[in-house]
Structures are given as structure tokens and as C-alpha cells.
Design a protein around this ligand. Structure first.
Ligand code: GRF
Length: 202
């Protein structure tokens, strides 16, 4: 018999970071405020011991783990990360400033369940320094993209995008800040939509 009191299992989100972690904070705050409903942040994993985002996660009572590459092959490093995600029963993996390309094995383990946010309107300006690339190209608008991660660099299916204007006086810093503010809105909104679609299929 089903009842309203029956516990709905919350989707468990694992977040991978390498640095500042502001998108991780945006996701964590959205989960806490139920803007991403029926979800919890299971773990934040960093490949860098000094990632500033680690303290921000701890301050929010989120479990953290550092798994450094430490001269190992990508596959070996990724295997340890996937094992940690599986041990935490993670359903959805969100890359948030995670600065490594994932191995095929990692992608296969979570196919269709790994998201990334990138500071451009993909397929324009993939890779590093997307904001600088946009300025150097002289585009009038750029933005941010949330996409599924596949074997290509920033090339997986696009889920959502938001446009940000480029101003005449923009520097890399000012443009990056304007895009980042939009990232912090777009990523939680998109995770919420992706999770609701997964839940509807179950
Ligand atoms: C963001 O601009 C994101 O789009 C890119 O890396 C940056 C990470 O920033 N992938 P933060 O660590 O989330 O503050």
C-alpha cells in the first residue's frame, strides 16, 4: 500500500571540484532550499588538497574527500573516484570546476548521469579560458552551458544555455564574473530539471 508518508528516496548528487567551488556552493544551497527538490549532496570530491571549495563544503556539513591523481594513470585515478561515488550511492555526478578529462571507464560507469557546466555557449569556445576566447573573438554575447559529459572535450549533448552580453569595456575578469553569476542560476535549475525527468522515468 502506498501512502503519502512513504519515504521518497532523495536523489544523491556527487560533486567533483578542483578549486574555488562556487558552483558547488550554488548547487548545495539550492538543495538546502529545496530549489532542487528531493535531492541531497552525498559527497564533494576534490582532486586537489588545497581546493578552496573543500572548506565551503565542510562549512555546509557536506562530506568531502580528496582523491589526488598522484602520478597515477587517469584510469586508475578515476577508478578510485568511481568507487567512492558508488560507495556513497551517488545517482548523479556534477562536475563543478573539475579540471580533469574523465576516462572512458568513468563515463561508462555513469553514462547519461554526469553533468558539467562550461562558461561559454558551446560548441563555441570549448576547453580552457573560454571567457578570454570569447573576448578575443570579439563576440557580442557569450554565456554558459550545462551539458552531459561524454568522451569528447566539452562536446556532450547540451541540456541548457544562458546568454550573457559582452560589454565594450569588458576584461576577462569582468566578463567571467557576469557569466559566473548566470552559472550559479543555470546549474541548479538544470540539475532540478534533469532529476525530475529521471524521477518521472522511474
Ligand atoms: C566555472 O566557470 C565553470 O563554468 C568552469 O570552471 C569554473 C569553476 O568555478 N567549468 P567554481 O570552482 O565553480 O567557482
Amino acid at each position: 500500500m502506498s501512502s503519502d508518508l512513504e519515504a521518497v528516496r532523495r536523489a544523491r548528487v556527487g560533486i567533483l571540484i578542483s578549486g574555488r567551488g562556487s558552483n558547488m556552493v550554488a548547487l548545495a544551497d539550492a538543495v538546502r532550499e529545496e530549489r532542487i527538490p528531493n535531492a541531497e549532496i552525498a559527497i564533494v570530491i576534490s582532486d586537489k588538497t588545497d581546493a578552496a571549495g573543500l572548506d565551503k563544503a565542510k562549512e555546509r556539513g557536506i562530506e568531502t574527500l580528496v582523491i589526488e591523481r598522484g602520478g597515477r594513470k587517469r584510469e586508475e585515478h578515476d577508478r578510485e573516484i568511481v568507487a567512492a561515488l558508488k560507495a556513497e550511492n551517488v545517482d548523479l555526478v556534477c562536475l563543478a570546476g573539475y579540471m580533469r578529462v574523465l576516462s572512458r571507464e568513468f563515463i561508462a560507469a555513469y553514462r547519461g548521469r554526469i553533468l558539467n557546466i562550461h562558461p561559454s555557449l558551446l560548441p563555441a569556445f570549448p576547453g580552457l579560458d573560454a571567457q578570454r576566447q570569447a573576448l578575443e573573438h570579439g563576440v557580442r554575447s557569450t554565456g554558459c552551458t550545462v551539458h552531459f559529459v561524454d568522451e569528447t572535450l566539452d562536446g556532450g549533448p547540451v541540456i541548457a544555455q544562458r546568454t550573457v552580453p559582452v560589454c565594450e569595456a569588458d576584461t576577462v575578469e569582468s566578463l567571467s564574473a557576469r557569466i559566473l553569476a548566470e552559472e550559479h542560476r543555470l546549474y541548479p535549475e538544470t540539475v532540478s530539471v534533469v532529476l525530475s525527468q529521471v524521477a518521472n522515468k522511474e
